[in-house]
Design a protein around this ligand. Structure first.
Ligand SMILES: Cc1cc2nc3c(=O)[nH]c(=O)nc-3n(C[C@H](O)[C@H](O)[C@H](O)COP(=O)(O)OP(=O)(O)OC[C@H]3O[C@@H](n4cnc5c(N)ncnc54)[C@H](O)[C@@H]3O)c2cc1C
Length: 460
């Protein structure tokens, strides 16, 4: 029996969840120096770093449900150095600027691990790097190009493996090559979010849960229970942003879905040759991501239904049965040995995609309004870099972080419906078709359909 929804496997199996009382909602008008909307990684890291740098600052977080309700409590637990938009930032600001961004991201993986240790946050963190695998000749061509690009951005510690070396690392059926980077760690996403919220409170951050913000405007965040006024108002709502008044076409709420197996016996792990901690991804157009969980399961994710008409977001993670079936089939195709293994949970979440697929962090000094997000599925580490950058921007400090090319980047809005829905459906249909074609034909070249889809969508 697969538990479908229930927010996420991480939530459903978190023993502290049922015993942790929700934090009290806002009950009246209030004031603060900084008000943060959203209790995910972006909001919590921002609050954490602001309060660490300026202990007297009054920082309030308003969260519609509970901290970690969104993608931060549902993701694949890839704490890694990828950042959406780096290549476009290189085109806009030059290679060196984008390389500084990449270096900042490499350091961010270590920063999250270090702060978690310092704050006593046990988030099952284990640093085993990231293994990206190719399973078709076209994927291998892309993998080699990807590997070369990452080296050009300064990742000199990355390794390229042939088929045999890949299978020695993780025994994946049909593997023809892989690229391994040390800049990645497996985490339990919800434990990180909950631990961060607790660390924020210890520093004196005020967190109100069950408090939906209905309007964000200069110097105020409005809720049904009162308005919080502050010189700075920061929007940290990523995939949920489209639901806010005036932001419907800002970031597209993209769905990602996951399943997790029952615990796998140690003898099977040994046959899979999957050492305790490497994260696993692939080079398909409709790519997958996976981790070996701390309790010995495989959690694997992919796109499922990518987008719901009208930018609708969430129903506590419920996932279409067809998506569960396709993720299970994908898992068994990677690891035929696991065929028949029970899938205990399935869930989904939303992440934010800007029109140009570039993550950004922004503060408008004139209005005091700021935001960060649009991480396109690479938000676990990026949200930490965003939090440190928002800190510097709010405090008015000019630093290395505030000079990075993703700061104050603006992008046009998404098309109105039905074009938005039609465009995303067509994009992912093209990716799935391209993956099928590349697998069936063994072509070493990326299918023109996928190239076209990338160009039209603005993704590459
Ligand atoms: C299934 C899935 C798998 C993923 N896997 C990975 C991965 O392995 N690695 C990786 O790097 N990235 C991954 N991502 C992306 C990553 O999880 C997100 O980019 C990141 O968590 C975003 O953090 P956030 O705080 O900006 O947004 P969220 O975590 O979504 O937090 C936003 C918060 O704002 C609250 N909120 C929204 N609207 C309002 C409102 N009006 N009033 C008050 N509160 C509001 C929400 O309830 C939510 O708690 C994944 C995402 C998903 C969905």
């Amino acid at each position: 029996m697969t538990t479908n929804g229930g927010i996420s496997f991480w939530y459903a199996t978190d023993r502290t969840a049922p015993t942790t009382p929700p934090r009290p909602p806002l009950t009246a008008d209030a004031t603060a120096d900084v008000v943060i909307v959203g209790g995910g990684y972006t909001g919590l890291w921002t609050a954490y770093y602001l309060k660490t740098a300026a202990p007297d600052l009054r920082v309030t977080v308003l969260e519609q449900k509970f901290c970690g309700y969104g993608a931060s409590g549902r993701n694949g637990g890839w704490l890694y150095n990828g950042i959406a938009g780096r290549d476009r930032y290189a085109a806009l600001h030059g290679h060196q600027a984008a390389q500084r961004l990449q270096q900042a991201m490499n350091g961010t993986v270590t920063e999250v691990i270090d702060v978690a240790a310092k704050e006593g946050i046990d988030a099952d963190i284990q640093r085993g790097g990231v293994l990206e695998v190719a399973r078709t000749p076209a994927q291998l061509t892309r993998l080699k190009a990807f590997h070369a690009t990452e080296l050009a951005f300064g990742e000199t510690d990355r390794e390229l493996h042939d088929a045999a070396a890949t299978r020695a690392r993780i025994d994946i059926a049909d593997a023809v090559g892989s690229s391994w980077s040390p800049h990645g760690a497996r985490i339990h996403p919800l434990k990180l979010a909950r631990g961060l919220a607790a660390a924020c409170e210890r520093l004196g951050v005020v967190i109100h849960e069950s408090t939906p913000v209905t309007e964000i405007a200069p110097r105020k965040a409005v809720t049904p229970y009162g308005t919080v006024r502050a010189p700075h108002v920061l929007r940290c709502t990523e995939g949920f942003t489209a639901a806010l008044k005036g932001h419907k076409r800002a970031w597209l709420p993209m769905n990602s879905s996951m399943i997790v197996t029952a615990p796998i016996p140690e003898s099977t792990w040994q046959r899979l040759a999957w050492s305790d901690s490497a994260l696993l991804g692939d080079m398909a157009h409709a790519y997958m991501y996976a981790q070996r969980t701390a309790d010995g399961r495989i959690a694997i994710g992919g796109r499922g239904v990518p987008y719901r008409f009208g930018s609708r977001t969430d129903n506590d993670g419920r996932t279409r049965p067809a998506t569960i079936d396709s993720l299970r089939d994908l898992l068994f195709s990677f690891f035929p040995l696991l065929t028949g293994t029970e899938i205990t949970h399935a869930w989904s979440g939303v992440l934010g995609v800007p029109r140009d697929w570039c993550a950004t962090v922004t503060l408008d000094p004139a209005t005091g309004l700021g935001w960060a997000g649009g991480y396109v599925g690479s938000g676990v580490a990026t949200a930490n870099l965003a939090g440190r950058t928002l800190r510097d921007l709010v405090l008015g400090d000019t630093t290395e972080l505030t000079s990075l090319p993703w700061v104050n980047h603006r992008v046009r809005r998404w098309e109105p419906e039905p074009f938005r829905w039609l465009g995303v459906q067509a994009l992912y249909a093209a990716y799935r078709q391209a993956d099928r074609h590349e697998t069936a034909t063994h072509t070493p070249d990326t299918t023109p359909l996928a190239r076209l889809a990338n160009r039209i969508s603005g993704r590459h």
